[in-house]
Design a protein. Structure first.
Length: 282
């Protein structure tokens, strides 16, 4: 009986210790598994750097609602930094909207892959601004601030909204499509039915008003055209003098805004997804 109580007491102590260990470990796994954004395969960042970048990414994701991932790589087998960025975006994200920021140390370049509505907010001109800030910090060897600067710029661009008269250029097909009105509200069935009912009511009211004003009797009122109408005929002649012909070449599918700073260039990238983006060496 005494041995049983000791054993029971020992088991309780052991269970308590195991429970405490589990309680201390579980939050760590939860933090690491939930919303990981930084993949430092090149080993450029300290733990403090990763924490700082992750905090900036969390802030930007909260504002935009996008998936934002930041990757470093230093691998000669990576032939295309663009493909690497797009493939990792498909692998590590679940949202259709987002950005992959890649720092390729082997190629000495940054590449930014934009997906979904991200390429409408971060078009060609804004991509250049992101790369300006990133390469400025990278030139001084401050890769951590380079990543943070791109995240902060992305958040600012989202808050500014899409550029006016935005056109998306499909590089694969060589055509432009205007998306400046993409935020326009689409009528649903309820709106359409309401519009029809209101239209019919207004039309019926107008007809009744005219009928009452002129006191028309349906089926019995006839307008006497012979008594109230007159005809006045004039002879008119046109003489041909000369003709002018002007010819000009119309470019195929020109951008509605003339291109420039309000264009976002896209292509069919990894996994068949439409990506925008661009890169720059440093």
């Amino acid at each position: 009986m005494r041995m049983t109580k000791r054993r029971e007491k020992s088991l309780r102590w052991l269970a308590g210790i195991v429970l405490c260990l589990m309680m201390s470990v579980i939050p760590v796994f939860h933090v690491q598994a939930a919303g990981r954004q930084v993949y430092d395969d090149a080993g450029l960042f300290s733990e403090a750097d990763i924490a700082e970048i992750t905090e900036a990414a969390d802030d930007a994701e909260e504002v935009t609602g996008w998936d934002l991932i930041l990757l470093t790589v230093n691998d000669s087998s990576v032939v295309s930094t663009q493909n690497y960025a797009e493939e990792k975006f498909n692998e590590y994200t679940e949202n259709d909207n987002g950005i992959a920021f890649v720092l390729d140390m082997n190629a000495r370049m940054f590449y930014i892959a934009t997906a979904g509505e991200a390429y409408e907010y971060v078009g060609d001109a804004r991509l250049n601004e992101l790369l300006d800030d990133a390469t400025a910090y990278a030139g001084d060897g401050d890769y951590c601030q380079a990543m943070i600067a791109m995240l902060e710029d992305t958040e600012s661009f989202y808050q500014e909204g899409k550029p006016d008269n935005l056109s998306v250029y499909d590089a694969d097909q060589g055509i432009y499509r205007d998306v400046s009105d993409s935020s326009m509200r689409v009528l649903d069935l309820k709106d359409i039915l309401l519009a029809v009912v209101v239209g019919v009511a207004v039309c019926a009211g107008f007809c009744l008003f005219i009928t009452g004003k002129y006191r028309l009797k349906f089926g019995r009122y006839h307008y006497n055209a012979r008594e109230h109408a007159t005809v006045d005929l004039h002879r008119n002649e046109d003489h041909f003098v000369r003709q002018y012909v002007t010819r000009r070449k119309i470019p195929k599918d020109p951008p509605k805004n003339g291109g420039g700073g309000n264009t976002s260039t896209v292509h069919q990238g990894a996994g068949g997804r439409t990506f925008g983006g661009g890169g720059r060496g440093f």
